[in-house]
Design a protein around this ligand. Structure first.
Ligand SMILES: C[S@@+](CC[C@H](N)C(=O)[O-])C[C@H]1O[C@@H](n2cnc3c(N)ncnc32)[C@H](O)[C@@H]1O
Length: 258
């Protein structure tokens, strides 16, 4: 029997992917386009759908991975494709893809976790790495990383390389770590100072993730910095600091011209 076709070779819920891609243009908060303008940036929804559909079988194919077909059957059957076309593994997968491509899915660990699990099953536990040698604004490697793949990116243009470093290389290195800036560190250590003295085990040192010892209540507080939240707090703090410094420099210049 010939190998199963991948979903992307057969069919995709294009209307939903197009709608999610168009909607992204008006998203201003948290979208990579706010990090740096990139003129030819591809929509994240399209990149996510294309990568996902390139990795999973068409569940209607007679040679499709049986474990993957079973996983598709287990997906919820309450979406528009099942309602319109009937209850089949492919229509359930279409409904899942329609949820996966929304902007909201990027921060929904349930949906993203399900997508990673479907890819894991479809690839027999061995998802391939992804290389985008012309990565530009980084939509493809970013979505590959979100879908649990090892992502590699390169580009001729150093600005594109910088964008990709900032988006897919640096954040994972600081994942789960607390910020280092004095404002957030002060909150971290002073708010817990009194309670930690009273707490059982309050003086037992544990590692904070950046090399300094903290006690157990502080460690619990440190663990609240999920994903790149600690890094984002540092970028916010030092960004404000730079803006203030730049503002006072330009004010000084204006004064000297008077
Ligand atoms: C259409 S853009 C890629 C857009 C990207 N997929 C995105 O979502 O932002 C094409 C990229 O290829 C890069 N490029 C062109 N020629 C190249 C070459 N010979 N080697 C590496 N990158 C190259 C350009 O700098 C540009 O960033």
């Amino acid at each position: 029997m010939p190998p199963a076709k991948k979903l992307i070779e057969v069919a995709l819920p294009l209307d939903a992917i197009n709608a999610a891609s168009a909607r992204e243009k008006s998203i201003r908060h948290g979208h990579p386009s706010t990090l740096h303008l990139w003129w030819a940036r591809r929509p994240l929804a399209a990149a996510r759908a294309v990568i996902f559909a390139s990795l999973v079988d068409d569940p209607e194919d007679p040679s499709a991975n049986p474990a993957f077909v079973a996983a598709c059957r287990d997906l919820p059957g309450d979406g528009p494709n099942v309602a319109r076309e009937g209850d089949s593994p492919r229509m359930k997968l279409f409904d899942f893809i329609e949820r996966l491509v929304t902007w909201e899915a990027t921060t929904d660990e349930t949906i993203m976790g399900q997508a990673r699990e479907l890819i894991r099953i479809a690839t027999d536990g061995n998802p391939p790495p992804l290389l985008d040698p012309f990565a530009g604004g980084g939509s493809i490697p970013l979505e590959a990383q979100r879908l649990g793949l090892e992502a590699h990116a390169s580009d001729l243009n150093p600005v594109a390389v910088m964008i990709n470093k900032a988006m897919i290389e640096i954040p994972p290195r600081f994942a789960g770590m607390a910020p280092v800036n004095p404002r957030d560190r002060k909150n971290l250590f002073t708010t817990e100072a009194q309670s930690s003295q009273r707490a059982v085990g309050g003086s037992v040192p544990v590692e904070s993730g950046r090399g300094d010892s903290v006690n157990r209540p502080q460690a619990a507080r440190l663990s609240q910095w999920k994903g790149a939240a600690g890094l984002a707090a540092d970028v916010r703090y030092y960004g404000e600091w730079m803006r203030e410094r730049a503002g006072s420099c330009s004010r000084d210049e204006d004064m000297s011209r008077l």
